[in-house]
Design a binder for this molecule. Structure first.
Ligand SMILES: *Cc1c(COP(=O)(O)O)cnc(C)c1O
Length: 383
């Protein structure tokens, strides 16, 4: 390797290390070390085809993929012999897969999802040519159930394909599965398909006491989870569904000696290994602890802003703290995500209390809120 190449790599490494230190606006767990499996990056691993069918091609990590899927299936309460799924390229592919199955099962179905849904949902509807009725949202980002019911009533003769947000991207809101089921029943909709977009919260909610439980013990049909919370150097995710649905849509492909059940052809063989390693080293208990810490720290950040009367919001069981947009300088420095007049910090494993305190101090200084508080204290002392 030439000196020039070495220098460019060293510079880039430094830059990435610095950027990782101040990264608060996006839902990625940056506290992971995968050096133990680094040696596999000198090999090709391609899991093209169905994760459960042994192909002729030998360089794959299906064994690990299957274990990862079983780990998720257990968490989502679907028996081994009834589920199917695969390790995806991320939340988006999982959402596409859910929408694809829904449309194959109910070709004349209408999709309902709230306006706070991730942009991959309307994109899937467009690609798959599914009629999409956008449901209004409440101010907290949750679906407006009255509007949903009105739309369902107007389209009573069509199957309902529903995307439920289990933690929205911007506000971390959770659509209420029980309310949606009640509305379907009240309007006698028998043909429906429920996909859950649990990109981030899918690995948080199952571990929180008192949180709404969304799993296959209720009539959901598929769920997409991204590796955001697990943390992975390569973006990826998992989609789970019922085996019976996949059997309806699969086609055998002789060339790969497998069945064409996935959206993509070539599939990353390293990501199952990454997820497997995470799951083996942290387990349900480790992940549960991380989830609780993130939620506690999010509440801490929220309280810090609230006691200073800084405009802010935090949904129940969410680690996404939404607050009024600060200066461009702070937004850039902390890599905050902007939405209209708001930004958010997503309190992941790498956002600890020390970082929160540092951020809050910088914000208050900038806003002159520190002065105000001191002034207020001085004035109160005078009276
Ligand atoms: C991030 C996110 C997605 C997309 O996941 P990718 O892994 O980026 O493809 C989908 N839905 C929600 C709610 C998300 O937050």
């Amino acid at each position: 390797m030439s000196n020039k190449v070495a220098k460019e790599l060293a510079d880039f490494l430094l830059q990435i290390e610095q950027r990782s230190q101040l990264h608060a606006g996006y839902p990625y767990n940056l506290s992971c070390d995968y050096s133990a499996i680094g040696k596999f990056f000198n090999f090709l691993l391609n899991n093209a085809g169905d994760p459960y069918i042994e192909p002729d091609f030998g360089l794959h990590s299906r064994k690990f993929e299957q274990e990862v899927l079983s780990f998720f299936a257990q968490l989502y309460k679907i028996p081994e012999n009834q589920f199917w799924g695969y390790v995806t390229a991320g939340g988006t592919e999982g959402n596409f897969y859910g929408m694809f199955l829904a449309r194959e099962i109910y070709p004349n179905g209408i999709l309902y999802s709230s306006q706070d849904s991730h942009y991959s949902i309307p994109k899937a509807a467009k690609l798959l040519r599914i009629q999409h009725n956008v449901v209004n949202s409440q101010i907290n980002g949750e679906m407006n159930y009255e509007h949903f019911e009105q739309l369902i009533k107007e389209n009573r003769n069509y199957p309902a394909l529903i995307n439920l947000n289990i933690g929205t991207t911007v506000k971390g809101a959770i659509d209420n599965l029980d309310k949606v089921l009640e509305i379907l029943e009240r309007n006698q909709i028998k043909d429906y398909y429920i996909h859950c977009d649990a990109a981030l919260s899918g690995l948080i909610l199952p571990f929180l006491d008192g949180a709404p439980q969304v799993n296959f013990q209720k009539p959901i049909d598929s769920i997409a989870i991204s590796a955001k919370f697990i943390g992975s150097p390569l973006p990826c995710g998992v989609v789970l569904t019922k085996k019976k649905w996949v059997e309806k849509v699969e086609t055998a492909i002789e060339y790969i000696g497998s069945s064409d059940t996935t959206i993509l052809g070539s599939r990353n063989g390293h990501t199952p290994l990454i997820l497997w390693y995470a799951m083996k080293t942290r387990g349900y208990d480790g992940l549960a602890k991380e989830a609780k810490t993130c939620i506690d720290n999010a509440q801490y950040l929220f309280q810090q802003l609230k006691i200073r009367e800084y405009p802010c919001m935090l949904n129940k069981f969410s680690n996404t703290v939404v607050f009024q947009k600060p200066s461009q300088k702070l937004i850039k420095k902390w890599q905050l995500a902007i939405y209209e007049n708001w930004v958010h910090i997503i309190v992941m494993q790498n956002i600890d209390r020390h970082k929160i305190d540092t951020f809050v101090n910088e914000l208050l200084l900038e806003e002159g809120l520190v002065d105000q508080i001191e002034n207020f204290q001085r004035q109160s002392a005078l009276h």
